[in-house]
Structure formats: C-alpha cells, structure tokens
Design a protein around this ligand. Structure first.
Ligand code: HEM
Length: 479
C-alpha cells in the first residue's frame, strides 16, 4: 500500500517536472482563476433558498452598466416593470447585483412592515457605497449605527442632536433674507446670460445649494471669505463620490477627492478660530450642552463634509426637478406667483408653493433609496422572502402607488407623509427644514419676478446620477 502510494507520488512529481505549460495556458489559467474569484461571490448568494425574487444580471457586471447608462431613476423604473412582468404580481422586492454589490430593493411599505423596527432598535448599520463611506469619514452620522433607544448609540445621538439644534426651523428661518439675496443674484445672472437665447439652469441650482448650505453652516461672513475654496474642494469631492474608490492621489478622481477633503481640515480650523463662528451651525457644534461634550476636531470636519455633501447632492437635484415640473404644469406658476408677496410665518405653513414642492419631491425624490444592512442575522420580509445576513437593503423613497400630479393632496397631509426625507427612522433627514425653505424661497423669487421657458428637458445619466441635456437650457425674462 505504502509502496503503491510512493509510486503514485513519484509519478506525479515526474509529470510535474516534465510538464512545460505554454504561455497561452498560463494566461488562460490566470484569467480563469481571476474570473472565478470575481464572479463566484456574485453567485454565492444563490445558496440562500428563501431569498427574495432574484435577478443578478450578467456575470461580473450584474446590472451596473445599465444603471450607469440610463441613470438610477430610470433604472428603478425598469427594475419595477421587469419584476412585475416576470412575476405577474405587483412589485414588492428584488435582489439585484449592481455596482459590484448585492442589494434587496424594496417598496417602502415592505421596509416599514418588516425592517423599520430593527432600524429603530439599532440592529442595522448604514451601508453606503464605499466611496461615500470614505469621503464622509468614520465620524459622519450617516456612517454610524443609530437607534431611537437612549444610550445605545451615544455618538450618533450626541452629534445628531447638535446638528438638529443648529438646523432647527427657527435657526434656519433667520437666514431667510440671505437666501433671498442669493436667489435674486443668481436669477439675475441667469436672466442676463439667457438673453443670448438660453442658459443652463443646472449650474445655477448647484451654486444656490452650495452657497446656502455654506452660509448656514459657517455663516455669511465666513462663507464669503472661504466659499470659493470650499466650492473648489466640493467639485472634487462630488466627482470622487461617484467614482471607484481607488486612491491614486491626483491620478484618480477618488484620490483627488480625498486630497480635497484633506484641504478642508485647515480651512475648518481657520473658521473655528474666527470670532464670527459663534453665530453659525459650526459654532453650535463647538458648544458643550445637554447632549454632551463639544465635538472633537475629527467629528467637526466629518460633520461639515456630511452636511455639505448631504445638502448639496439632494437640494440641487430637487431644484432642477422642480423647474422641470413647473415647466410641465404652467398653471402652477400662476398660483405661486399670486402668493409670492405673501409672508409666511413658519416653514411648514400650508401654501400652494409648499404643496407644489412636496408633490415634486413625492414623485421624483432626489435620492431614490437609503441603504441598511443587518450584519448579524437574516431579515424576513414576510411573503417577499428573507434577506441574507449582511446583504444591503434599499427601501425606495418614491411613491409608487399614485403617479398623478396633484399638489392639492398636501392640503391635509403632514410633512411626515413625505418619504423622501427617510421616514420614521433614526437617520431621517436633519436638513429637511432647510431644504424646504431653500426650495420655497427660490421658486417664489423665480415665479414672482420672471417668466421662464425650459427649452429642452431631456434626462441623461452621469455615472448613474440624473442630469439634464445641456444642463437644462432655460430662458428667463423679467415680468
Ligand atoms: C430635498 C432635499 C433633501 C432630501 C430629499 C434629503 C433626504 C435625506 C434622506 C432620505 C436621509 C436619510 C438617509 C439614511 O437614512 O441613510 C437624509 C439624512 C440626512 N440629511 Fe438630508 N435630504 C435633503 C436635504 C438635506 C440638507 C439641506 C441637509 C443639510 C444641510 C441634509 C442633511 C442630512 C444629514 C446630516 C442626514 C443624516 C442624518 C443622520 O444620519 O442622523 N439633508 N436626508
């Protein structure tokens, strides 16, 4: 027996010694091994028998290319109609592979009925795409585990309550006059640029969102001094957030974004040392209070980046969409114009303008989903299947049931009915009052002072993010 084994081993060694692989077979073997290492994890999820209805797409890419090509908004429409066609039932959830990650995309009511309690109890963790995680920083509240239970997630609670105080409705309303000034100036610029025939609206919306957030976070005085530098950093940070997380310094978009983020540190330090900081949101973060110690330098930088990024990505897209919706529904412009001189006491006070804003956000949220994972265990979605442990869950924030345009529905519905701010969960949006006020002031200023025309509204995709052909060309004329 031993002899025969020795003989076999010798034979094996002999074969190995005499075997001379060709370069072609080495190449093919390496490609095969790499392909298996990359593709197998994509399909390993199929071992979970009770997983939700699954569509993993093509090997390696999954649905990534379609998502990048048509943009996330249109991609979600395609997913829903495809799932409904293939299952013959109304859409509830689907397990997809895109952006080199698995995620269960689900209706908001599936999240509310089966997942929200776990989220509120702190059993889930945020699961943002890797470039965002790195750019926001580990002390960003968007990256932290959070819960409604006091004492369970103290760091999130401490930072969030300071940010909420800084962005409370009364604080935000104090910046109303400044917001009006910014919108007037930008609209005047747009009107004079469009005298040549048309001018793109997208850069105006970007500039508006950035300067309002910056004013609020670091104050008018400081934002005036540092706005250009902050804006320049943010162009790189935003580009990096949409790129593969490959840090090659200035040779990759993500590397440039990380460099820009590092540049913010001395900038924030300078602003913190300025006496004017005490009257700003940044000043609030530096205070000790009922919610505990002041924030550390790392927490402050991560919070400033989070506020700027969270406010910028969302509000500017919401503003552009609002303009497109007004273009589609010109009757609303008259109604907004009629109340543009009226005063309003609170951000949530009912008005036609606010109803139009809410309706636009309901139908087309600037972000489609938020993302969570439950690292410790699988999560049952009832009839919709079981999400494997650690797999990303992505509740859809748009209203899938009623796609008709009807701002009047908001006469009796509370703000909480608007899912776009994340609903009743521990990460729900702390900037919603600011966002609503920004949109309100801009749109009043626009409709109250100008007539406008959108020359072409064709949706496009830039790395999966929605944008508009030629930046959405518009023509503005003073009334
Ligand atoms: C129309 C505009 C906006 C929309 C649709 C929106 C939407 C959302 C959503 C859905 C979330 C939940 C994310 C999650 O659960 O992971 C969120 C969180 C957040 N938003 Fe907004 N947002 C808007 C504007 C803003 C603005 C203007 C700011 C700040 C200047 C802001 C700051 C934040 C922050 C800091 C969080 C994280 C809260 C936490 O983790 O506790 N948002 N937002």
């Amino acid at each position: 027996m031993l002899l025969s084994r020795a003989w076999h081993t010798d034979e094996l060694f002999g074969f190995a010694e005499s075997y001379r692989p060709s370069w072609l077979s080495i190449g093919l073997g390496t490609i095969g091994a790499l392909a298996a290492a990359v593709v197998l994890p994509q399909y390993a999820i199929l071992r979970h028998k009770q997983r939700p209805w699954t569509d993993l797409g093509t090997p390696f890419w999954g649905h990534t290319l379609t998502m990048l090509k048509v943009g996330v908004d249109m991609w979600v429409d395609l997913i829903i109609s495809r799932v409904e066609r293939q299952t013959g039932r109304p859409f509830r959830s689907v397990l997809r592979y895109a952006g080199f990650q698995h995620a269960v995309i689900m209706r908001y009511d599936v999240y509310r009925d089966h997942v929200q309690k776990l989220d509120q109890a702190g059993d889930l963790v945020p699961d943002l795409p890797p470039p965002f995680v790195k750019l926001l920083g580990k002390s960003s509240i968007l990256n932290m585990r959070a819960s409604f239970q006091a004492g369970l997630t103290p760091q999130h609670r401490r930072i969030r309550s300071k940010v909420m105080r800084a962005l409370a409705p009364a604080q935000v309303l104090q910046h109303r006059a400044g917001m009006q000034q910014v919108s007037r100036r930008l609209l005047e610029d747009l009107a004079s640029a469009s005298q040549a025939g048309s001018a793109p609206f997208e850069p105006i919306a970007k500039s508006f969102a950035m300067s309002i957030s910056a004013r609020l976070i670091v104050g008018e005085e400081l934002s005036g001094e540092y706005l250009q530098e902050m804006e320049a950093c943010f162009v790189d940070i935003l580009a990096g957030a949409l790129s593969p997380p490959l840090d090659l310094g200035r040779f990759s978009a993500f590397g440039r974004a990380m460099q820009a983020r590092r540049k913010l540190l001395p900038l924030v330090k300078k602003m913190m040392a300025h006496p004017a900081v005490s009257r700003t949101a940044l000043g609030e973060l530096l205070l000790a209070g009922e919610e505990g110690e002041p924030l550390t330098l790392e927490e402050i930088v991560d919070t400033v980046v989070t506020l700027l990024l969270a406010g910028q990505i969302t509000t500017n897209h919401a503003l552009v969409q609002l303009l497109v919706d007004l273009h589609k529904h010109p009757e609303e412009v008259q109604l907004i114009r009629a109340e543009s001189e009226k005063d309003f006491g609170s951000i949530e006070q009912d008005s036609h303008t606010l109803r139009v804003i809410k309706e636009s956000l309901r139908l087309t949220p600037p972000i489609n989903v938020f993302r969570r994972a439950c690292p410790g265990r699988a999560v049952s979605l009832g009839e919709a299947g079981v999400v494997p442990a650690g797999c990303s869950m992505a509740p859809l924030l748009r209203d899938l049931d009623d796609r008709s345009w009807n701002p009047a529905r908001w006469a009796a519905l509370p703000l909480d009915h608007l899912l776009v701010f994340g609903g009743n969960q521990p990460h729900s949006c702390v900037g919603r009052h600011l966002a609503l006020l920004e949109l309100h002031i801009f749109v009043r200023e626009l409709c109250g002072t100008y007539t406008f025309e959108v020359l072409e509204a064709e949706e496009q995709s830039m790395m999966g993010l929605k944008c508009w052909k030629d930046g959405l060309p518009v023509c503005l004329e003073r009334l």
